[in-house]
Design a protein around this ligand. Structure first.
Ligand SMILES: Nc1ncnc2c1ncn2[C@@H]1O[C@H](COP(=O)(O)OP(=O)(O)OP(=O)(O)O)[C@@H](O)[C@H]1O
Length: 482
């Protein structure tokens, strides 16, 4: 029997946040204090019998205006039929009673009773075989696994007009999908649907096959899908950066050493080690974004939704985050990235454009470029200009160095070759000149030698004549008759 006590449940807090958002928008009439988010405890007990039965129970309680007790029991048999029992009690203004039963053929029964004052009790009994979308896709290995599946999804904030309209969209495992669109087009609202923070007003959203409409599914979905919010201060729950980042892994029930290691690694990654003990609410905008990213990375979820997370980062910090994203892609994570920066499009497997709550475009980068309707990354503009002027470079080269090499191949290389030829010619000419010069010098030397020899000869003759004259004067004819 294992018994452990944990402080805090991050995904529940996310739910609370969402509720708070809803409350702000008037979706829910109740008013909650900030302390709702702060105090949580969870107690899990696990009993495993020799018959391979597993019984788990967890108890959550919260302070202040709201208290919640959640007890979950899980019984697992060798036949892989699992029974989940969840009992939650909320004491707050407003009462909700929900009883749900899920069976393996997908029957979901919910009985709800609302009264004005009282208790929120949720009893969920879920009986299902361990068959989910993963095993479904395993039956057809060529079919890519669907992670997010929105079907005819529409959403309106309470009292408002529809923000999302009839969205049909499947996002596949391992893809890096970028969502772009003008301000207010519904990108963030859609992002909140990806982990059940918001639920469709009509239609459905399934994550790994689990419908976000069922509250029982939402906490499991929170473990698989992390969201980094546009406003990072929305997601802090710890008193220090370190505590905040540790919050998620603690909630996953990881061992203390593992948590320590993860926290240390992610703080290193986002360069926030020096601020480990700072209150996250006092961080600068960019630091807060980095800390929020660290908090999600520490949980290592299967999917991460980034909602304009680099908007406040300096260039170096942005580069670090983009590098992290590259690594996450290499590890096969499913990433949804909301951005206003056209340069991000170059990395995308898929681009989705939102316009007034609808999907106006859904496709790859080449299609996006050739549609001619949207703002393009600067480099694509440059390459396009070169193409239009007869230089055959690809428009979709994401890496500036690769683009430069392509351009060089087309024009630079030719010029380069011409330059080489030119240089060789110069060298050749210089050599000739040099040789000519040498020859010339040699000629001069030769002539000088001749002159020298002539002079020598001449001098010798003069000497001889003078000797002759001298001899004659001396009467010495050396046997010669005159
Ligand atoms: N809690 C809310 N209550 C009512 N309306 C809301 C709420 N949150 C957002 N909206 C409205 O929903 C629309 C879509 O907002 P959303 O934040 O999803 O857009 P966005 O595309 O992410 O915009 P941005 O690029 O500016 O971040 C906007 O008109 C916004 O005013």
């Amino acid at each position: 029997m294992a018994d452990k006590t944990e402080i805090s449940v991050k995904e529940e807090i996310s739910e609370e946040r969402s509720e708070t958002e809803s409350e702000m928008s008037g979706q829910d009439s109740e008013i909650k204090s900030e302390q709702d988010f702060e105090i949580k405890s969870e107690q899990d007990s696990e009993i495993k019998s020799e018959q391979d039965f597993e019984i788990k129970s967890g108890q959550d309680s919260k302070s202040e205006a709201e208290s919640e007790i959640e007890i979950s029991s899980e019984i697992k048999t060798e036949t892989k039929i699992r029974t989940d029992t969840e009992i939650g009690t909320d004491t707050e203004i407003g009462t909700d009673t929900e009883i749900g039963t899920d069976t393996e053929i997908g029957t979901d029964t919910e009985i709800g009773t609302d009264t004005e004052i009282g208790t929120d009790t949720e009893i969920g009994i879920e009986t299902e075989t361990e068959t989910d979308s993963e095993s479904e896709s395993a039956s057809n290995p060529n079919e890519r696994e669907v992670v997010f599946d929105a079907e005819n999804l529409s959403f309106a904030y309470p009292g408002g007009s529809p923000i999302l309209k009839n969205i049909d969209l499947k996002i596949y495992k391992g893809d890096f999908t970028i969502i772009v669109g003008l301000n207010g087009s519904g990108k963030s609202t859609f992002a909140y649907h990806l982990n059940g923070l918001l639920r469709p007003t009509s239609g459905s959203m399934k994550v790994f096959g689990k419908d976000t409409k069922s509250r029982k599914n939402v906490s499991a979905i929170h473990r698989e899908v992390g969201i980094v919010f546009q406003n990072p201060y929305m997601q802090f729950v710890g008193n220090t950066v370190e505590e905040d980042v540790a919050f998620g892994p603690e909630n996953l029930g990881l061992a203390r050493d593992e948590i320590k290691q993860r926290v240390s690694n992610v703080l290193e990654t986002v360069h926030l080690k020096d601020l480990s003990y700072q209150d996250p609410s006092t961080l600068s905008g960019g630091e807060a974004q980095a800390a929020a990213i660290a908090g999600v990375l520490a949980m290592d979820p299967e999917c991460i939704v980034f909602d304009e997370v680099t908007s406040m980062l300096d260039i170096a910090a942005e580069d670090r985050i983009l590098k992290v994203i590259d690594e996450l892609r290499e590890r096969g994570k499913t990433l949804v990235y909301i951005s206003h920066n056209p340069k991000d499009l170059l990395k995308a497997d898929r681009i989705i454009v939102f316009e007034k709550g609808e999907i106006a475009f859904d496709g790859g980068l080449s299609e996006y470029i050739s549609s001619g309707k949207y703002r393009l990354p600067d480099m694509v503009e440059l390459l396009r200009y070169l193409r239009e002027n007869g230089i055959d470079v690809s428009e979709t080269t994401a890496d500036p160095k690769a683009a430069a090499e392509e351009i060089l191949k087309q024009i630079g290389q030719t010029e380069h070759n011409e330059q080489i030829e030119h240089n060789e010619q110069i060298e050749h000419n210089e050599q000739i000149e040099h040789n000519e010069h040498v020859n010339h010098n040699e000629q001069i030397g030769h002539n000088e030698q001749i002159e020298y020899n002539d002079q020598n000869e001449q001098n010798k003759q003069v000497d001889r004549n003078e000797q002759f004259e001298q001899n004659e004067q001396n009467g010495n004819t050396y046997g010669k008759s005159i």
